[in-house]
Write a protein that binds this ligand. Structure first.
Ligand SMILES: Nc1ncnc2c1ncn2[C@@H]1O[C@H](COP(=O)(O)OP(=O)(O)OP(=O)(O)O)[C@@H](O)[C@H]1O
Length: 578
């Protein structure tokens, strides 16, 4: 990491603290107040020893009053400093997290396919707190040791400015050694952080895949893999700690070289100019005190390095490619719902073959169109493009005649309600999941729950529609989760519905009920259905058959059977399976 990066990381961190600068400023003032009380203690002790023994000295009650008063003041300043520090840090952390979540919401779809969920959790939840705490602690040390060090430096100049200037010559040497040590620490801290993220992702996997792990009897296997990762984290942490532990002795060694040089010069000067022992002793004592303060300050490199490394990771997430939302056109609400693809080609980054290859097809408004084809034929990729999650390399996707690239993403996505193969539910109530991000309407809620064949089940739940469904609907069965997702799509009441294997987990009775509900809406909605079970799409107005990203044939169920092509073969194959 170049120094420039360090500067930019610091500047970017500063952006989150800046709005709360008054808190930071008051923290500094409170600590200055606390530090100011420090010299009063030896001063008072000296006074007590000097004047206190005299017969007509101050009355004795002044001792407890002064001492208690002093410590009370110190305590108040210290408390105020801590409180203000935490006030500033917690607010800055909140802003930092908000910026990270904001970035997360706008990432390009491809970034999600590369990113482990644990990484996002760690970067948004843990890292901002850790970074600002580390930087804050360093700031505290600067206040505690840096301020007295500055005072001591001033005093040294006052005592002997020539010698002090000379002592400053050794500073670049110290800086050089510290730079080398810091570089090593940064490398180690980066490695340590990266391996820690792997560990986070592993634990995330273990918590999510616990069923698979147990079904495969893979606990020992997973323990072993976790153990190997833990070992790597431990090794990297130890190396970072070793590099940090080396920092202090190294800086002390350099300081001792400098110190011996200065003492020699001071002695030489004293001999030549005949300055007294007292001036020499005072200078050396002050210099030693300064060195001890500086030694504490040199310990700050390790936490700062760690904070920089972690912050860099957060900023990488913030700077990751965002979804392009360059369109300006807004569609009426609701749109008519006429979809078309013209000569569309889509190649995923790093893929050898295009997922869609010169595809031209339509999804007419108010009609039910089915997409069928073997696994990997490109069905989900079509949905991916219709929803504007990706852009075709070639060709156009049109909604009501407008290229979807010209539409704002919000206006485009408002037109779709999707039930996909991977159902995602929120750790919230049934009602909140169905009326997700929409105003709550209880009558409508009941209507969609009935349509999704879920009403009786929900009525039997302890808190009815207010019952929590668990993380990703873990308290529901596969079919119930799917029906809940269907209800959510119905609630959105968009002009275009996409059902991607949406009824695969339903029993025949529920499936029939859902189909009936959909038929009731047919003619008013554009319906796109992806189904492997061909019996579910035989009534579709049109069926597009895909193969390797290309359109193989199109027609109604009867037409395609009569043609005796790919579709007819698929139907026969499924009839054979059944
Ligand atoms: N994010 C991605 N990155 C790279 N390749 C991808 C990505 N998503 C899909 N593909 C590839 O694109 C091709 C089409 O995939 P797609 O998911 O559209 O097929 P599908 O017909 O929906 O399959 P299934 O019926 O199994 O869901 C496949 O070869 C797949 O490997």
């Amino acid at each position: 990491m170049s120094p420039d990066t360090n500067v930019s990381v610091t500047r970017r961190l500063g952006q989150f603290v800046y709005p709360h600068r008054w808190g930071a400023l008051l923290t500094v003032l409170a600590y200055i107040g606390a530090a100011a009380t420090e010299p009063m203690i030896p001063k008072l002790i000296g006074y007590a020893f000097g004047e206190g023994f005299a017969k007509d000295a101050f009355p004795l009650w002044m001792v407890p009053v002064t001492l208690i008063g002093l410590y009370l003041m110190r305590g108040l300043f210290g408390f105020a400093g801590q409180y203000l520090f935490n006030w500033t840090v917690t607010r800055s952390v909140m802003d930092f997290r908000a910026a990270l979540v904001n970035a997360l919401m706008r990432l390009d779809a491809q970034v999600y396919t590369r990113m482990q969920p644990g990484t996002a959790v760690s970067k948004v939840v843990n890292d901002p707190q850790q970074i600002l705490q580390l930087v804050g602690d360093v700031g505290m040390s600067v206040l505690r040791d840096g301020l007295p060090a500055l005072a001591m430096l001033g005093y040294l100049f006052f005592l002997n400015w020539k010698l002090t200037l000379l002592s400053l010559i050794v500073t670049p040497l110290m800086a050089l050694v510290m730079k080398k040590v810091n570089q090593r620490m940064r490398v180690m801290a980066t490695r340590s952080y990266d391996s820690q993220l792997l560990l986070v992702n592993k634990v995330d996997d273990l918590a999510r895949a616990w069923r698979v792990v147990r079904q495969f009897g893979a606990a020992a296997h997973e323990r072993e893999r976790f153990g190997a990762l833990s070992q790597e984290v431990r090794r990297n942490n130890l190396k970072t700690a070793t590099a940090a532990a080396l920092a202090q002795p190294m800086s002390q060694l350099v300081a001792s070289v400098g110190l011996s040089f200065i003492i020699c010069v001071a002695l030489w000067q004293a001999r030549a100019e005949g300055t007294g022992v007292q001036a020499f002793a005072e200078f050396v004592a002050a210099l030693l005190l300064l060195t001890s303060r500086l030694r504490h300050l040199s310990d700050l490199a390790a936490p700062l390095t760690r904070a920089t490394v972690i912050a860099k990771g957060c900023f990488e997430l913030m700077d990751a490619p965002k979804e392009v939302d360059a369109g300006t056109q807004e569609l009426p609400r609701p749109a008519h719902g006429d979809l078309a693809m013209q000569e569309v080609r889509l190649t995923y980054p790093g893929a050898a073959q295009p997922a869609l290859d010169g595809l031209t097809l339509t999804f007419p408004a108010g009609k039910t169109t089915a997409l069928v084809g073997a696994s990997g034929a490109g069905k989900s990729s079509i949905i991916h493009l219709l929803l504007g999650f990706g852009r075709p390399d070639n060709g156009r996707v049109l909604l009501d005649g407008a290229d979807v690239e010209t539409l704002t993403r919000a206006s485009l996505r408002r037109q779709f309600a999707v039930v996909s193969q991977d159902i995602v539910l929120f750790d919230d109530s049934v009602a909140a999941n169905i009326a997700y991000a929409q105003p709550r309407d209880d009558a409508k809620l009941e209507q969609v729950l009935r349509a999704a064949h879920l009403w009786d089940f929900v009525q039997g739940l302890p808190d009815g529609v207010e019952t929590n469904v668990g993380a990703n609907g873990s308290k529901l069965s596969g079919g119930q989760r799917q029906r809940l997702a269907i209800a959510r799509a119905l609630y959105k009441d968009a002009p275009i519905w996409i059902f991607d294997e949406a009824t695969s987990a339903l029993d025949t009775e529920s499936e029939r009920a859902v189909q009936q509900a959909l038929t009731a809406w047919s003619g008013r909605k554009t319906l796109i259905v992806i189904a492997h079970r061909l019996s579910t799409i035989r009534d579709a107005d049109a069926i597009h058959v895909l193969g390797a990203g290309k359109l193989v044939e199109t027609g109604t169920h009867a037409e395609l059977l009569a043609r005796d092509g790919a579709y007819a073969a698929m139907v026969r194959a499924q009839a054979g399976e059944a």
